[in-house]
Write a protein that binds this ligand. Structure first.
Ligand SMILES: [Fe+2]
Ligand SMILES: [Fe+2]
Length: 403
């Protein structure tokens, strides 16, 4: 960034922060000590790692919570920024800084990276845009910074893209998020290995453990369930078949992932609706494929005491879908189809990918496959499912086409 006089200086430390560890904090401190910015933003990336469906990665809200804990008590210039977590789908550094520059023209943005990143930056999305919208703070140990390939990479970025690169000293520790996650999976990580509060948070929520190794109670803890929801779970346990109970927990997990991806529905509503969505599918009533959804909504109201109409409506429509669904209804409808404990199914991976990028498209996909499945088995199809599919198809063709 050249020429303009700016009034504020902000350094951004990016990453997945899955989870945040000491090297991240040291990057922030290195930036603070060398360029004395007004603020240092820790900005978790918004991308929803696919592996969070199976519990191996942490959702955005968990990652943010851990950053918040780690920053509490640190330097007062440190902030958590949810800039990249607000939107679903992948985020690109270049876009982030282009937007930040447009919205905050008075700010000089510094992008803090490890010095080794300079060599790979040219392979990133729109490296020129990154170089033109930020000052790159390349952090590294002396020998890293003076290494010939680092110097050469910096020269290339300067001459090719006009990059403003400054090297800052950084005594990074031999730690990485990969090692930390491994430590949780193997039970070898200790509280003192991580910034304050991070170990307790990850352990309390059973993060980085495969979902299928968690008990029902542990899954509820992972989701931050309320005391009331733990009671609901006991009732479900008494009334549903074990497989159905497991599925309900899977839908709860998946619904929260989608709510976290899109951020148009509170996580708590997704959790409750997901957990209870099949409460009407009682083990004592085996043939209740279509009727269990309206029965479940009634049961949730009368026996579980749920008063939230949005949650009740999501339970009501989870089997058939309907035209004009709310986001919560769509989330439960789709989560029911793609939850992590679903057995092998044609197009399941594809459906999961679509769900993370376009909820309406995922509704079409689920409806279409449900219809095909029911047809192949000669089972009854509720006409509203066909209406639902047709409605979202026409909506997408209006928005720009559905093939
Ligand atoms: Fe159901
Ligand atoms: Fe279900």
């Amino acid at each position: 960034m050249t020429g303009e006089k700016t009034e504020k200086h902000i350094a951004v430390v990016g990453g997945t922060f899955d989870p945040i560890h000491f090297a991240h904090l040291q990057l922030g401190r290195a930036a603070l000590e060398t360029i004395h910015p007004d603020e240092v933003w820790f900005m978790p990336s918004g991308s929803n790692n696919y592996r969070s469906i199976m519990g191996l990665r942490a959702e955005k809200y968990h990652r943010e919570a851990m950053v918040r804990l780690a920053l509490a008590g640190e330097d007062p210039h440190f902030r958590l920024s949810d800039w990249e977590c607000r939107e679903p789908g992948s985020t690109y550094t270049s876009r982030t800084f282009a937007e930040l520059n447009a919205i905050y023209p008075e700010v000089t943005w510094y992008y803090v990276v490890g010095a080794d990143t300079l060599s790979s930056l040219k392979y990133w999305e729109e490296p020129e845009l990154i170089c033109n919208s930020t000052v790159l703070l390349a952090a590294g140990r002396d020998e890293q910074v003076s290494a010939a390939d680092t110097r050469m990479a910096a020269e290339t970025l300067r001459s090719k893209y006009g990059a403003d690169i400054r090297f800052i000293p950084w005594n990074d520790r031999p730690i990485s998020s990969t090692k930390v996650r491994q430590g949780f999976a193997e039970g070898t990580i200790r509280e003192e290995d991580l910034p304050h509060g991070v170990y307790d948070y990850a352990a309390k929520h059973h993060l980085y453990l495969p979902l299928d190794t968690l008990s029902g109670e542990e899954m509820l803890e992972r989701a931050g369930a309320t005391a009331e929801e733990f009671e609901y779970y006991q009732k479900l346990k008494a009334e549903l078949k074990p497989r159905r109970l497991r599925h309900s927990l899977g839908v709860m997990h998946m619904a929260m992932l989608l709510a976290d991806a899109y951020r148009t529905v509170p996580l708590a509503k997704a959790r409750l609706a997901g957990l209870l969505h099949d409460c009407g599918r009682l083990a004592s009533l085996p043939n209740n494929a279509l009727g269990h959804a309206p029965a479940g909504a009634q049961k949730a109201r009368r026996e579980y005491g749920v008063t939230d109409e949005e949650v009740l409506s999501a339970i009501r429509w989870h089997t058939t879908g309907r035209p004009g669904m709310t986001d919560l209804e769509k989330i439960i409808y789709v989560a029911d189809y793609i939850e992590p404990f679903r057995g092998p199914m044609v197009h399941l991976d594809k459906a999961r990918r679509i769900a993370y990028t376009d909820l309406d498209r995922a509704v079409i996909f689920a409806a279409q496959n449900t219809v095909k499945y029911l047809e192949s088995r000669g089972e009854e199809i509720d006409p509203i499912t066909l209406d639902c599919e047709a409605y979202y198809r026409s909506l997408l063709s209006q928005k720009g086409g559905y093939r």
